[in-house]
Design a protein around this ligand. Sequence first.
Ligand code: S6P
Ligand code: ZN
Length: 201
Amino acid sequence: MMELDSGHVPGQMQLDWSNGIVLGAGVRKSITRLGQLKGIFRDQSAWELMNPDRVVYSVQWHEPMIPGTEGALSWGSTTIEPGCVGGEYFMTRGHFHAKRDRGEYYTTAQGTGMLVLMGEDRMARAEAMSPGSLHYIPGYTAHRTLNTGDGPLIFWACWPSDAGHDYETIARHGFSIRVMKHDGTPEIIPEAAMGEQAECP
Ligand code: S6P
Ligand code: ZN
């Protein structure tokens, strides 16, 4: 069978929708562990005390065209494990698309969470995620997801294959809001208003 430079082998793909599993040839996978998320959580000392090998989230995706191909689309799922660091829910690194005008769709398959969206002007908002929720992420908008439930949060995404990922801007400046676990429920707090946070219960 012909193999494209992207590593994709043409053929029928199949999804296990509710579990976020992509089945078929050439599926890509990545795992992000706590130790790789230095500087992401606000409470660095709480982060340092936790097991760096603990899995925070994993992604699997189907990229039928060579990455960077204009007009092509990619499809994948993200699974965020339940957990928290210093009162802050387990979450993704978060990024702007390198090509800033590229948008994206998310839809939730399992669990509950929040999608944090932030424009280049640092104006931010959050959308609640639950099974069936659909989220349009416009261009020029950084996005990060958090698991606010007790089980995994699983969502599907579709994005332009030439979008690219700018993690550097978020690593330097972060998001302007955080979602904290307060009395067992999510609370959105502007970064500027953050005080001392309690440990996770
Ligand atoms: C890609 C899309 C998702 C994320 C994934 C992990 O554009 O937004 O597949 O890559 O949710 O998040 P992050 O911020 O580590 O890439
Ligand atoms: Zn994205």
